[in-house]
Design a protein around this ligand. Structure first.
Ligand code: HEC
Ligand code: HEC
Ligand code: HEC
Ligand code: HEC
Length: 211
C-alpha cells in the first residue's frame, strides 16, 4: 500500500547495458596472460545505499466506542437528507470542509457506515482514506505519492514514515493547523490538532523582560 520507490533508476540501467556490451565485444585474446577471462557483467549495482523503506503511518485512532459505526447505524433508518444532527456534535461543530456544497455523505457511505465512499459509489476502507481525498485534491495526492507533499512537518522518522492525509488534516476541518505526536496501536504517529499550535513567541524587547 505504501509507496515504494523503484530501486533501479534509469542511470543504473544504462550502466548495466554498457557493462554487458563492452566485455562481450572485447576479444578474449586481449586478456592479460594468466588472467581468467571475466564473464560479462550483467548486473550493475547502484553505488548509493538503498532508499529507506517507506512505512505507512497508522491513521489516528477512532474515538473510544465510535467504531464500528455499524454498531449503531446498522439498526438505524437510513436518512441521507442534509440536516442538523442530534449526534456527532464533535464533527458537526467543526465542519468547514467546503461546507456550502459538501456534507457528511459525500465521504461516508449511507448504506455501510464502516467504510468511506468515492463519488462513483465505490467503498473505500478507512485505512485508505487518501484515495477519497485524492479524488478532489488530485494535485496534492500526486505530490504526496511521490513524497513532495506532507514532508514539511519534520518529525522523528520523517524521512521514512508515510503519513496519511488524515494524520495531518482533520477531514472535517482540514486546514492545516499543526500535528501532535500520539501513540496508536503501540506505534508513534501523529494526529492533526484542531487549533493552531501556538506560534513561537516573538523575542522580548528589553523593556518587557522584567517582571
Ligand atoms: C471530506 C470527507 C468527509 C466528510 C465530508 C465527513 N467526514 Fe467524517 N470522516 C472522514 C474520514 C476520512 C474519517 C476517518 C479519519 C481518520 O482515519 O482518522 C472520518 C471520521 C469520522 C468519524 C469518526 C470520528 C472519531 O472521533 O473517531 C465520525 C463520527 C464522522 N467522521 C462523522 C462525520 C459527520 C457526522 C460528518 C458530517 C457533519 C462527516 N463525518 C463528514 C471523512 C469525512
Ligand atoms: C453510538 C451510536 C453511533 C455510532 C457508534 C455512530 N453513529 Fe453516526 N449517527 C448516530 C445517530 C443517532 C445519528 C443520527 C443523528 C440525527 O439524525 O440527527 C447519526 C448520524 C450520522 C451521520 C449523518 C447521516 C445519517 O446517516 O444520518 C453520519 C455521516 C454518521 N452518523 C457517521 C458515522 C460514522 C462515520 C461513524 C463511525 C466512525 C458513526 N457515525 C458511528 C449514532 C452513531
Ligand atoms: C468531494 C470533494 C472533496 C473530498 C473528497 C475532499 N475534499 Fe478537501 N476540499 C474540498 C473543497 C471543495 C475544498 C475547499 C473548501 C473551502 O475552501 O471551503 C477543500 C479544502 C481542503 C483543504 C484546504 C482547507 C483550507 O481551508 O485551506 C484541505 C487541507 C483538504 N481539503 C484536505 C482534504 C483531505 C485530507 C481529504 C480526505 C480526508 C479531503 N480534503 C477530501 C473538497 C473535497
Ligand atoms: C505530514 C503532514 C501532511 C500530510 C501527510 C498531508 N498534508 Fe496536506 N498540508 C500539510 C501542510 C503543512 C500544508 C500547508 C499548510 C499551510 O501552508 O498553511 C498542507 C496543505 C494542504 C492543502 C491546502 C493547499 C493550499 O494550497 O492551500 C491541501 C488541499 C492538502 N494539504 C491536501 C492533502 C492531501 C489530499 C493529502 C494526502 C494525499 C495531504 N494533504 C497530506 C501537511 C500535510
Amino acid at each position: 500500500m505504501g509507496y515504494v520507490r523503484p530501486r533501479i533508476g534509469p542511470l543504473a540501467v544504462t550502466v548495466a547495458v554498457a557493462l554487458a556490451i563492452v566485455p562481450a565485444g572485447a576479444p578474449a585474446a586481449e586478456a592479460a596472460p594468466g588472467s581468467t577471462p571475466k564473464a560479462p557483467a550483467v548486473k550493475a549495482t547502484r553505488p548509493e545505499a538503498k532508499p529507506p523503506l517507506l512505512v505507512q503511518a497508522e491513521a489516528p485512532p477512532f474515538s473510544e466506542g465510535i467504531y464500528p459505526c455499524s454498531a449503531c447505524h446498522a439498526g438505524m433508518p437510513k436518512n441521507g437528507t442534509r440536516r442538523e444532527l442530534v449526534f456527532h456534535d464533535e464533527q458537526q461543530s467543526i465542519f468547514d470542509h467546503g461546507a456550502d456544497q459538501r456534507w457528511c455523505l459525500d465521504c461516508h457511505d449511507l448504506q455501510n457506515r464502516d467504510v468511506l465512499r468515492l463519488a462513483n459509489g465505490a467503498p473505500v476502507p478507512f485505512t485508505e482514506s487518501y484515495r477519497l481525498c485524492g479524488q478532489c485534491h488530485g494535485d496534492k495526492y500526486r505530490d504526496w505519492r511521490v513524497g513532495v507533499h506532507g514532508k514539511r512537518v519534520g518529525h522523528w522518522n520523517g524521512e521514512k514514515t508515510y503519513f496519511l492525509c488524515v494524520n495531518c488534516h482533520n477531514p472535517h476541518s482540514p486546514r492545516f493547523k499543526g500535528v501532535q505526536e500520539i501513540v496508536s496501536g503501540g506505534k508513534k504517529t501523529v494526529a492533526p490538532t484542531l487549533t493552531y499550535l501556538k506560534p513561537e513567541p516573538r523575542p522580548k524587547r528589553p523593556e518587557e523582560q522584567r517582571r
